[in-house]
Structure formats: structure tokens, C-alpha cells
Design a protein around this ligand. Structure first.
Ligand code: ADP
Ligand code: MG
Length: 349
């Protein structure tokens, strides 16, 4: 087990900076996600921590030990890749035993460790099969088994669930979280899926263009996004953004309100009211999404009962004052400001 401290980390490919002055302090036993769009540098950062990529500047410490000059084997870190990379000609047992054989451990120790990993993951009945005879979820478990079998200081996972179908993804992420709790191991989990990061993590590092935008617990990232990028990346459907002056705010600001906080309302007292034309009602199971055109902007809202609503008609939406966020139009930083207008009603032009 280890804490991981990254300071002033810079990484370039040729002349192109890919990681730009990163600082991150990860506690022992924490479950951390690196979350961001494709190409933002998540895998590169993970590979720098694992020792598969060299860093250009900065330091990486495990506990208090500088490890940026150590090779991957000396770091005692386990990595699980998206494609699992199991050896096709080896049985599950031999795949899991492989890292221990490389360490030249004796057969009794190897047997014990493999049995332990198989037990933790519930894959004992599969030990004599070849990878070709396993389902996607089973292969994933074997890859995790091979990773944890030598008691690594940290487990790093690069989009490990992206090859699985939707329902299996949800089941496997629960298993990964259970395993992390049981082993009390430090986990770094790379994903571009905000929901996955939200449900799994103790803290999420939201990344964009090689820079960590915010590093905080899931609900803090959701409720107090550092900037407009984080606000838009976390939460589904995406937060609505409107020029604030439309809603009685100052120019130079963007107002943000999440679809789940914006609901049809007849009479409202205080908070934000938006009136416009209902364009579309989209069923989404327990509630429905409403697309409403307000002053030339399409705004998304939710409602539980759409009876009485028809597209083409006028509709008024309401959000309470504390659901409203503000961002600087320039740069997108969140402005810590409360929605003050008690009777602000924005109508379609
Ligand atoms: N080996 C490499 N050589 C050159 N550029 C690379 C290499 N690996 C990644 N990159 C570039 O670095 C950036 C970050 O990539 P990556 O870390 O894979 O992003 P992510 O995992 O967030 O999708 C991308 O622009 C990518 O094209
Ligand atoms: Mg990647």
C-alpha cells in the first residue's frame, strides 16, 4: 500500500507538452479516478506513475520515496489495461501466476497466492481454462487477479471496463469497488465516463488538455465545479449554460443550471424562472426530459409527469436559487455568487 505524491510533473512527446505542471497528492488506500475527454493525457499520466513513460520534469513519490528514476518492475505497481492482454496459450492459473514466476518465487508460495487471488475474485472454477473459453467479464477478473496476486503497492487501471457491455460494466464496477475496500489498496482508475468516476471514486481528478481542472470528492465536483468545463463534463444530461445578463445577472458571466434542478412550474416565488416554447418531450424512465427554447437557447429540464404538456406550447420552468451557478464568460472559472433575483422571469423572445 502506498500514498502517491506527484509534484510539478511535465511530460512532452517531442515538442508537444502533454502533461503540464501536475500536482496531485493521493492518500494511501484511496480510490482515485482520472476523468477527462479522450486525448487529455489520462493514460500518459498513469504510465508515468507506472514507469512505462519517463517524465521530463517533476517528481513522483510513493510514500516519501522518489521513484521517478526507477523502472516499472522496481515500483511494485500493478497495471490493468483496457484489452486485458492475457496470454492466450496459458491457462487462467498460469496467467495469474505469471508475475510471481517472474519474481522466481517457489511453487508453494505461488500456489497459495494464486488460490488467494482466485478466491477473492470468485474465479476458482475457471483456473484450468484458456482465456478463449472465458466471457468478457471473466477475462476482466483474470486480468485483475494477475494484477493483485503479488500484493502491489497500488493498482492502476486504464479504462478496464470499456470493452464490456453496459450491464456488465455496472456489475464489474461494483466488484472493483468491493475488491478495493477488501484489499484496502490504493487504486487509480482511468475513465472518460463521468458516471463511472462518480460512483467509484473517493476523489476525481478531472483533466483537460494535460491540466488537472479539479481534484475533489464526486459530490463536490458535481455541486461546486471549479469551472465551466468541469460543470459541463460532470452530470448527465449536461448542465444548461445561458448568458447571465438574460437572467438579470451581469454581463461577462455564464449562468449554469442542471436539467435535474429545472422543472415545470406554474407560480413560483423566487429563484430562476424561464419561459419558452416546449420543443420535445423525451421519456427517460422515471422522469422525462423536456427541451425548451428560451430566448434562442435550447434548455433542458426534467419532469415526472408530462400529462398536460404538448410540444409547441409555452412552458415556464423553475429552479431554486441555490441550484444556480455562475461562471466567468472569459476563462470559465466558477464565481462564488448566489442567485439574487427574487422575481427574475426570462421569456422567449
Ligand atoms: N507515444 C506517444 N507519442 C506521441 N504522442 C502521444 C503518445 N502517446 C500519447 N500521445 C498524445 O498525447 C496526448 C494524450 O494522450 P493519452 O494520454 O493517451 O490521452 P487519454 O488517455 O486521456 O485519451 C494525445 O494528444 C496523444 O495523441
Ligand atoms: Mg487513454
Amino acid at each position: 500500500m502506498a500514498s502517491i505524491k506527484i509534484a510539478g510533473l511535465n511530460k512532452r512527446f517531442g515538442d508537444t507538452p502533454v502533461l503540464k505542471g501536475l500536482d496531485l497528492s493521493i492518500n494511501d488506500g484511496e480510490f482515485i479516478s482520472f476523468l477527462g475527454p479522450s486525448g487529455c493525457g489520462k493514460s500518459t499520466l498513469l504510465f508515468c506513475i507506472a514507469g512505462l513513460e519517463q517524465i521530463d520534469e517533476g517528481s513522483i513519490r510513493f510514500d516519501s520515496k522518489e521513484i521517478s528514476d526507477l523502472g516499472p518492475r522496481e515500483r511494485n505497481i500493478a497495471l490493468v489495461f483496457q484489452d486485458y492482454a492475457l496470454y492466450p496459450h496459458m491457462t487462467v492459473r498460469d496467467n495469474i501466476a505469471f508475475p510471481l514466476r517472474q519474481q522466481k518465487l517457489d511453487d508453494t508460495t505461488i500456489g497459495k497466492q494464486v488460490a488467494w487471488a482466485a478466491d477473492v475474485l470468485g474465479i476458482e472454477p475457471l483456473l484450468d481454462r484458456l482465456p478463449a473459453a472465458l466471457s468478457g467479464g471473466q477475462r476482466q477478473r483474470v486480468a485483475v487477479g494477475r494484477a493483485i496476486v503479488r500484493n502491489p503497492s497500488a493498482l492502476l487501471m486504464d479504462e478496464p471496463l470499456s470493452n464490456l457491455d453496459a450491464s456488465l460494466r455496472v456489475r464489474m464496477r461494483t466488484e472493483i469497488r468491493r475488491l478495493q475496500k477488501q484489499l484496502a489498496i490504493t487504486v487509480i482508475f482511468v475513465t472518460h465516463d463521468q458516471e463511472e468516476a462518480m460512483v467509484l471514486s473517493d476523489r476525481i481528478a478531472v483533466m483537460k488538455d494535460g491540466i488537472v481542472q479539479q481534484f475533489a470528492p464526486p459530490m463536490e465536483v458535481y455541486a461546486k465545479p471549479a469551472n465551466q468545463f468541469v460543470a459541463g463534463f460532470i452530470g448527465s444530461p449536461q448542465m444548461n449554460f445561458l448568458p447571465a445578463e438574460l437572467c438579470g445577472g451581469s454581463t461577462g458571466q455564464i449562468l449554469g443550471v442542471r436539467p435535474h434542478d429545472l422543472k415545470p412550474a406554474g407560480w413560483t416565488n423566487g429563484g430562476l424562472s424561464l419561459t419558452g416554447e416546449l420543443l420535445l418531450i423525451e421519456p427517460a424512465g422515471p422522469f422525462q426530459f423536456l427541451d425548451v427554447s428560451v430566448a434562442g437557447h435550447v434548455v433542458r429540464a426534467t419532469c415526472t409527469d408530462p400529462s398536460g404538456l404538448s410540444p409547441g406550447e409555452s412552458i415556464t420552468l423553475h429552479a431554486s436559487a441555490d441550484a444556480v451557478r455562475y461562471f466567468a464568460a472569459e476563462g470559465g472559472t466558477r464565481i462564488n455568487q448566489h442567485y439574487m433575483e427574487t422575481e427574475s422571469r426570462i421569456h422567449a423572445l
